[in-house]
Write a protein that binds this ligand. Structure first.
Ligand code: BEZ
Length: 249
């Protein structure tokens, strides 16, 4: 997926806003080394650094890292593949907000994180849980089908039971794991859902004509309207999984 860092910051700033509550889970102490995995434009990397930690922000998108470096020139940002991290026994904490669901190879991801952590280091992360954006995805799939296209979700949204197994297989001990609904208001009034779809379903509509894309987005909105349009804004049916897991010696 090609990320648009401006659209992301302007219309999807709620991602980082929700992520700020995640920072409270990180017990930042001075001289702690923290990896912000999938740092995007660096908003949460900066929050962690403000607390006194030494933070490295990584992202697979060059556009996001370019913007992060512009936003926070004093911080350390690198383009990197989360499933192939170049660190051994280095971090006290690996932090990640709204990223894991984009990564197909979870075994490789957890192995890579495990290796990058010191003994007793912590993985603190949050991402989409089973049935995350289920109503939006179902509507989009129906509409694509009516237009003669198929939809195969590219997201990984596990239940906490499924993810617990993956964590334990990778060698982590689970300190805390929860799954919950987090209805999420989208910015920009009526345009909220189509902006969201343009960003996050980009791979599925980038090759259709402008006119057909507008039609697909309109029809998706029509299906979602009854359940997700509330008091002048779109409320996306997000579900989250939140995890604190420790690297076993
Ligand atoms: C999420 O953060 O849950 C999410 C974002 C974009 C697409 C799908 C899920």
């Amino acid at each position: 997926m090609k990320w648009n860092s401006n659209l992301y910051d302007n219309k999807h700033s709620f991602v980082a806003e929700y992520g700020k509550s995640m920072i409270d889970l990180v017990n930042v102490e001075k001289d702690q080394k923290i990896l912000d995995l999938g740092c995007g434009t660096g908003i949460l990397t900066n929050e962690l650094a403000k607390e006194g930690a030494t933070v490295i922000g990584i992202d697979s998108s060059t556009d996001m890292i370019k913007k992060a470096k512009l936003n926070y020139p004093n911080l350390n940002f690198q383009v990197a593949d989360a499933t192939n991290l170049d660190f051994e026994n280095y971090f006290d904490t690996v932090f990640s907000n709204a990223v894991f669901h984009w990564i197909p190879n979870q075994e490789k991801l957890l192995y890579s994180i495990y290796n990058s952590l010191k003994d007793n280091g912590k993985l603190i992360c949050e991402f989409g849980a089973k049935n995350n954006v289920h109503k939006i995805q179902t509507a989009f799939e129906i509409v694509l089908k009516q237009h003669g296209y198929s939809y195969c979700s590219e997201f990984f949204f596990p239940s906490k039971e499924e993810y617990k197994i993956l964590l334990e297989e990778a060698g982590f001990e689970i300190e805390h794991i929860i799954e919950y609904d987090r209805p999420t208001p989208l910015a920009d009034g009526e345009k909220g859902l189509s902006n969201w779809s343009c960003q996050f379903f980009a791979n599925h509509i980038s090759n259709v004509s402008y006119k057909e894309r507008e039609q697909i987005l309109f029809e998706t909105e029509k299906i979602c309207k009854d359940s997700l349009w509330k008091e002048n804004q779109w409320i996306a049916d997000y579900r989250r999984i939140k995890i604190i897991a420790v690297k076993n010696k």
